[in-house]
Write a protein that binds this ligand. Sequence first.
Ligand code: AMP
Length: 383
Amino acid sequence: MSASLPPPILPGATIGVLGSGQLGRMFTIAARALGYRVHTFSPDDDTPTGQVADREVCRSYDDLDAVRQFAGEVDVITFEFENVPSATAAAAAERAPVRPAGALLELTQHRLREKGGLRARGFPTARFLPIRSLADLEGGLRELGAPALLKTAGWGYDGKGQALIAGVDEAAAGWRSLATDEAILEELVDFERELSVIVARGQDGGLVTYGPVENHHVRGILDLTLAPAPVEAGLAARARELAAEVARSLELCGVLCAELFVTARGDLLINELAPRPHNSGHYTIDACVTSQFEQQVRAVCGLPLGSPEQVRPAAMVNLLGDLWAEGTPRWAAALADPRVKLHLYGKREARPGRKMGHLCALAASLDEARDAALAARRALAGS
Ligand code: AMP
């Protein structure tokens, strides 16, 4: 098998990143540590990624000539968010290898395709139905039962584009609120906890997994990650194996996150896939031998993967723009605890709900790490 692999792309080469947010920033920092150059492409300027990259190209994703030119100047292309249009990925692929492949991006940027694809491959998900009209929704609520969750099929993230529908009499208002012509209706899973597993898979099929970690959301946005998840070893092993099987089945080259629900019966359901590093894996920068971002660099460049071993229990809390409501957060107060690490993404404008940075606390136990991370965030706000 290895005889037919393309040669590795070695340090000194240039990696192109489609997208320019915080994931691209942390990827770029890892890539530059390994001696690569990084170019980033997105419609914005002075971006979290652009601030740390060698070159920031500021053009529309629909400008396919600009995409081709960008791709012609790099050795490999990856992406840091999955809502890059598929025509953009295809244009890039004319000039440079795109890893993971654009087909994976297309699958995961559309909830119906993603859940349908998972089901077709035999993976467990919540029951769901495609919804293209109010009549579909009313019928769907009768079939799946209410309450149920209605989500836009495309372009959703962080709980955006979702409506909880309590019953058939709320269907019309719920359908209007989404303002879409294609949605997915999902049964409401009465989950015991939410886990995620990050998988890195190289070109040669070599694969490592992280976690699972336990995730807590507030208003649909990740708030707190506990690593490792405090679950029994058998469940943890099943979660890792499930995510690894998904990565193999999709022929991943890169990093993928599988978000999982654990039901009251201890079954695992896949909620969502992200074909890239994930917010719930940010703890790997501080707590693991190799971060999820370094693994993405290694995987897309055809290098051997690093050890995913976690060296200390860790807790990660997100810092949203809401923290800026009373003025600049008190950075020194949060860092007064030497076990706490601060990561800021360089975003100019702090808006409510916008991810501006995160804190990661490392401690001797998971409880101590969680308490330290939460206390540091409280200290930031001065409360
Ligand atoms: P998503 O954007 O699909 O990742 O959803 C954001 C969050 O909403 C998830 O992390 C869950 O906490 C919750 N959620 C999503 N889908 C379901 C579901 N089918 N049943 C229960 N909770 C859900």
